[in-house]
Write a protein that binds this ligand. Sequence first.
Ligand code: ATP
Length: 323
Amino acid sequence: VKCIGILTSGGDAPGMNAAIRAVTRAAIYNGLQVKGIYRGYRGLVTGEIKEFKSQNVSNIIQLGGTILKTARCQEFTTPEGRQIAYDNMKKEGIDALVIIGGDGSLTGARIFAQEFDVPCIGLPGTIDNDLYGTDTTIGYDTALNTILDAVDKIRDTATSHERLFFVEVMGRDAGFLALNGAIASGAEAAIIPEFSTEVDQLEEFIKNGFRKSKNSSIVIVAESELTGGAMHFAERVKNEYPQYDVRVTILGHLQRGGSPTAHDRILASRLGAAAIDAIMEGQRNVMIGIEHDEVVYVPFTKAIKNDKPIKKDLVNVLRELSI
Ligand code: ATP
């Protein structure tokens, strides 16, 4: 491998820039050439590619978003689109790829690597923390801290007005942000997709007598088809318990922004440097993760299995501490 291409794909996450910086600098340090590919897989298809030197990644470690931009690319999901991407790669002299993104992006990488025998290394970049084989993903810690800032503020008004707030956070099919956000903000409950089929989480929350000792309550709800979202629960409470003064706040895209935390910057830097080590070692088709503070290589098929478990003890902690 002489030249690597780097791209960010799917939903943006704080710390992606720190990862771009780390991959670029570690590659140059190891004598490799680096090319930045713009707008995810779309840039590979359209040929929006530019050589990166060390200076191209100066002063970005602290920035949210991604200087390479990100996009969703329909064309790359077709064999024809991937052929064009491969041809452009060859034209640019790129012989390995580092892909920073979520499960969709890594699925694309897995298929591409199989079809064209291109070494692809993935870095887990998503606020959702839903990739298997890494303790946390790049952007998750920052998003969690953003949620805390917001919920702390909502609590002030919830307490003053003695209201029940449903706060919706991101996390599509994974409840990590909602559950840990609830624990860290001292919320009364979290409604997460993992348990949507097991129990009626709202019923359980009401049954636990949330107003016994409290005048206000905050429930964090993961935005997901499986939970139905915060609005859905607010409507239910309004209908079934009209005595409660209910409000909804949807945090939305503000959760994706902001300067990455120290945790996310260090994680991104370690993972980025490890991606280049992996390429130098001849690894291919793996996601780099960190488990128990050690760098690990996780085969794509395992990373995207979509069954990263929620720790049961966290559910218990939330329940015990919200009495
Ligand atoms: P996030 O979880 O933050 O939304 P993601 O990486 O899962 O990020 P997706 O929109 O699912 O985001 O995927 C990003 C891009 O990856 C898609 O636009 C597409 O170009 C590519 N991709 C996803 N799935 C496939 C697939 N099955 N085959 C080929 N490419 C794919």
